[in-house]
Design a protein around this ligand. Structure first.
Ligand SMILES: *Cc1c(COP(=O)(O)O)cnc(C)c1O
Length: 392
């Protein structure tokens, strides 16, 4: 649509053409379930695919299409798709790519409900998976089976914020003809664009940074035109986890400020990391932007900035962590992330409570680990709240 504009410009303009919509500056919300055909023959042509108009909103809606074009532009993809939640996006992608008997190789530490979906696929359809650190070529090679069709990764990994080297994953996957799918929720296309490293499909919980205001649940996917058409015509159309026009509009609006918000989230996170790291009650800070982080080199290579999430371990265990959280005054206790408000959660009793304890330990999730999603407030106010709770 707009040729060769920079990322910040594309977040505002791509996917929308005011001239085609009565010169309305803001994108209109096409709040309709269906579209009329002028004649029976026109309807026939539309169903036959000879006429490109809309038919019914589960199969496509103009406001949703604007968002799909915008995310495609931002991920540097040929096409995009929108869903009613991040999990609707994850399930539509995976169910499209795998069949009974296949094997999925996953990064250790995937989103809790993605883990639940993998278990469901295993139980109901004999689709196996392995969860591994995926931190060396040898390890990936030895985990690949003749039935492996997908490598599914999250980077940064929640909540330890370890990174996976996308270039390395792709180099091995290509040798075996395996599709690489990346959940890019924590990074957003502003910080990291997996398709540029050769990954095949990128997806998001747009509920988080892309919406950015804590008021919408949504999912987005981007990839090749063929891959997106295949998903649109199968698991999106027939399972039906589509996005509403109003929620698409909220995301179109949220995306306009994505670069500004991410700059602030990341700058705030850097300031909080510096202060947290030198506090005597803090045992360990996990942030891919610190030089001592095992992921520092990968962050430099594949991310613009290391993100707005910080995990840290307090002196003590579960009780000390919970006491600390209860003493916070401004910072809200909530799961989710990427909102204007700074949010804090306790992974071992919240987002990762379903993961068996042994597995949690192996992943580096102790009972004193706390995750902060740094918001857009003045960083000094965030730090002052953390500090008074640490010292109370
Ligand atoms: C939140 C989240 C999801 C699920 O998204 P929903 O919009 O809640 O369905 C998937 N992956 C990651 C990394 C998430 O943070």
């Amino acid at each position: 649509m707009t040729d060769n504009h920079r990322f910040e410009t594309r977040t505002i303009h791509d996917g929308y053409e005011d001239k085609s919509h009565h010169n309305s500056l803001a994108a209109p919300i096409y709040q309709t379930s269906t579209f009329t055909f002028e004649t029976a023959e026109a309807g026939e042509r539309r169903f036959a695919g000879e006429d490109p108009g809309y038919i019914y909103s589960r199969l496509g809606n103009p406001t949703v299409r604007m968002l799909e074009e915008r995310i495609a532009s931002l991920e540097n993809a040929e096409a995009g798709l929108a869903f009613g939640s991040g999990m609707a996006a994850v399930s539509a992608v995976l169910l499209n790519l795998v069949k009974s008997g296949d094997h999925i190789l996953c990064s250790e530490g995937v989103y809790g409900c993605t883990f639940g979906l993998l278990k469901m696929l295993e139980g109901k359809f004999s689709i196996d998976h392995d969860l591994l650190p995926l931190d060396s070529v040898e390890q990936i090679r030895s985990a690949i089976r003749p039935t492996t069709t997908v490598i599914y990764i999250e980077t940064p990994i929640n909540p330890t914020l370890k990174l996976i080297d996308l270039e390395m994953i792709v180099s091995v996957a290509k040798e075996y003809g395996i599709q690489v799918v990346v959940d890019n929720t924590f990074s957003t296309p502003y910080l990291q664009r997996p398709l540029e490293f050769g990954c095949d499909i990128v997806l998001h919980s747009a509920t988080k940074y892309i919406g950015g205001h804590g008021d919408v649940v949504a999912g987005l996917v981007a990839g090749s035109k063929d891959a997106m058409t295949s998903i649109a015509k199968s698991t999106q159309k027939d399972i039906g986890g589509i996005l509403s026009p109003f929620d698409a509009w909220l995301l179109l609006r949220g995306l306009k400020t994505l670069p500004l918000r991410m700059d602030r989230h990341c700058a705030n996170a850097r300031s909080i990391v510096e202060n947290l790291s030198s506090h005597p009650r803090v045992k360990k800070v996990m942030y891919p932007g610190t030089e001592t982080s095992p992921s520092y080199a990968i962050a430099k290579k594949q991310m613009k900035y290391p993100g707005g999430l910080i995990s840290f371990e307090l002196d003590g265990g579960k009780q000390e962590a919970q006491e600390f959280m209860n003493k916070l005054k401004m910072i809200k206790i909530a799961v989710s992330l990427g909102d204007a408000e700074t949010l804090i959660q306790h992974p071992s009793t919240m987002t990762h409570a379903v993961v068996p304890e042994g597995e949690r330990r192996r992943m580096g999730i102790s009972d004193s680990l706390i995750r902060l999603s740094i918001g857009l407030e003045a960083w000094e106010d965030i730090w002052e709240d953390v500090l008074q709770a640490l010292e109370a």
